[in-house]
Design a protein around this ligand. Sequence first.
Ligand SMILES: Nc1ncnc2c1ncn2[C@@H]1O[C@H](COP(=O)(O)OP(=O)(O)OP(=O)(O)O)[C@@H](O)[C@H]1O
Ligand SMILES: [Mg+2]
Length: 169
Amino acid sequence: MSRESSVRPRSAHVVVLGNEKGGSGKSTVAMHIAIALMKAGQRVATIDLDSRQKSFTHYIENRRAWAKHAKLDLEIPTHYCIERAEGANVADNEAAEFNDFACAIDATEQSHDFIVIDTPGADTYMMRLAHSMSDTLITPLNDSFVDFDVLGTVDPATFEVVPLPETGG
Ligand SMILES: Nc1ncnc2c1ncn2[C@@H]1O[C@H](COP(=O)(O)OP(=O)(O)OP(=O)(O)O)[C@@H](O)[C@H]1O
Ligand SMILES: [Mg+2]
């Protein structure tokens, strides 16, 4: 995968979990989708782009550990955790993250039916890249106007979704 060809046709269907609102259920839903797809007989790869929390990675490691402990033959996806580059140069960081992400995609896109990608609750380069590649984008939402307000604004009289106001600056 090159930066220019990131939207080329591929075999695996890419499912991305995204919502800038933290704690909305991205990692939990990602895990449930990955396991449900495998139980339906699909070949599933998983990618964790939230290398600070690693919730998705821990879910999968815990499942692997439990399967071993309980001597159960549980489905485990082919998993990658992409570390966030923390160098001083933004362009170098993005290039390193892109390369690691591309390696994971290249290693799985032809051999798996689905790639399930969990993203951090923050506006990051890799989060945007993953969104641009998604065939299916899932945005979990808590039943709260505070959470909905991150995604849109509702007219208090009509409940129509209205454009966000321009911010000064
Ligand atoms: N469908 C659900 N019903 C009830 N609780 C849920 C549901 N999905 C997730 N949770 C709980 O909500 C909390 C946050 O879930 P999770 O870590 O999956 O969110 P997240 O969007 O990945 O958070 P972050 O933005 O920090 O990565 C957890 O305690 C989780 O157990
Ligand atoms: Mg998460």
